[in-house]
Design a protein around this ligand. Structure first.
Ligand SMILES: Nc1ncnc2c1ncn2[C@@H]1O[C@H](COP(=O)(O)OP(=O)(O)OP(=O)(O)O)[C@@H](O)[C@H]1O
Ligand SMILES: [Mg+2]
Length: 377
């Protein structure tokens, strides 16, 4: 079926999407190269096939990943084979950016369909949270069809605010608590961050945070930014990202200093290139700056047994293999002021109080030790 790939009300390309396989089969025309998704290669120097393949990677990257907790049960309820088939059913709309697809024969307007200003259905969120609904009764217009990440999650409108509710994984289901601890540490250190709280649904812990994207901003992941141009031979991945941001007019170093500092302290194991990025203005395409720090829950020994709560063998992403190597990238260690974390041990014990006290004490101690180590740098 033919669609126009839209950026708010800007028509960017005329495309065909295969109703059975979910992919983009033809790019019939490009109307606005500059409004295409960031990092999609454009037509001048490339073949249609290369552009289509690049746009497909972006499009398929928009669907719920196959690794999402509980996705097979959800697909069974819906009666679909693949999450990419859900994208057309919600017109590709998301709460993290302003791209969508408009059926070629429709005159729908952005203001009447976007999820920032219009209500959306709870059905997909309910299905992703395990509810059985007959496929013919499901209303698919929901940002839950375009949400990324492995953890069980859903968007919900609460008191008019768009909120992301996100669970944890077994055995400790610690990620929601970790998000709260990471926000507290970021707040104490003065690092721009998304604020997370805790809620309980059917005895299960979840984190909840507000949408940090608005009708005037959109999130572009570091992964997509790094597709803008190839890495030069002499550039490390860190410098590749820093230099591209600089070319876009953003000095991202202070924000990276903050993120690397936080990740060191909480022993974050999953700061991949999809877990940070920049904000831009979707209308003017001006770059605003670094997105606030979000998704810090895969940290604090979230899946480790008590005897593994040490500073050894912690996975580090995205720039270096170890946190101590990555911490060397911090350009100004005097900022932020680490003495603001002097009472963090007690805060961690309070927030993690549902875990066994021995476990909580070990985690709090390790965070203190890591903070002290960083102070001595
Ligand atoms: N508060 C928010 N406002 C807008 N978009 C958000 C917000 N939080 C997350 N997102 C978007 O949703 C995606 C998934 O969220 P998040 O990274 O928190 O999930 P996750 O399951 O922990 O991911 P991962 O697989 O990286 O562990 C993010 O990559 C980002 O694009
Ligand atoms: Mg993530």
């Amino acid at each position: 079926m033919k669609y126009i790939l839209m950026h708010k009300n800007i028509e960017t390309a005329l495309i065909d999407i295969d109703d059975v396989l979910g992919g983009i089969t033809v790019i019939e025309d490009i109307y606005s190269e500059k409004h295409l998704p960031v990092g999609v290669i454009t037509s001048k120097e490339n073949s249609e096939k290369a552009v289509r393949s690049s746009l497909n990677r972006w499009w398929r990257g928009r669907c719920i990943p196959a690794s999402r907790a509980g996705i097979n049960e959800a697909l069974e309820t819906i009666g679909a084979d693949d999450t990419s088939l859900l994208l057309t059913r919600c017109l590709g709309l998301s709460l993290s950016d302003h791209y969508w697809i408009r059926p070629a024969d429709s005159d729908l307007k952005w203001e009447n369909i976007n999820f920032f200003e219009n209500d959306f259905s709870d059905d997909m969120g309910d299905v992703l949270f395990g509810k059985k609904i007959s496929p013919s009764d499901i209303e698919f217009l929901s940002p839950d069809n375009t949400s990324d990440g492995d953890l069980k999650k859903r968007w919900k409108i609460i008191d008019g605010k768009r909120c992301l509710i996100k669970g944890g994984s077994y055995p400790y289901r610690q990620q929601p608590y970790n998000e709260v601890i990471a926000s507290l540490i970021a707040e104490k250190l003065g690092i721009a961050h998304v604020h997370y709280d805790m809620i309980t649904i059917a005895d299960e812990p979840f984190s909840i945070c507000e949408d940090f994207v608005t009708t005037h901003t959109e999130l572009v992941s570091a992964y997509r930014i790094m597709q803008i141009r190839e890495r030069k031979n002499h550039e490390s991945e860190y410098m590749h990202y820093v230099n591209i941001c600089r070319e876009l007019g953003v000095d991202v170093v202070p924000a990276l200093d903050g993120m690397i500092t936080l990740d060191y302290i909480i022993a974050n194991e999953d700061r991949h290139f999809g877990n940070f990025g920049l904000l831009r203005d979707p209308d003017t395409l001006e770059w605003i700056g670094a997105a606030p720090v979000f998704d810090s829950g895969t940290s604090l020994w979230y899946n480790r047994s008590d005897d593994q709560i040490t500073t050894a063998n912690i996975i580090c992403k995205p720039f270096r293999k170890t946190h101590s190597e990555q911490a060397k990238l911090i350009s100004d260690i005097s900022k932020p002021d680490l003495s603001t974390l002097d009472s963090i041990e007690a805060d961690i014990s309070r927030i993690l109080s549902s875990q066994k006290p021995e476990r909580t004490a070990l985690i709090a101690k390790c965070v203190m030790n890591r903070t002290e180590t960083l102070k001595k740098r």
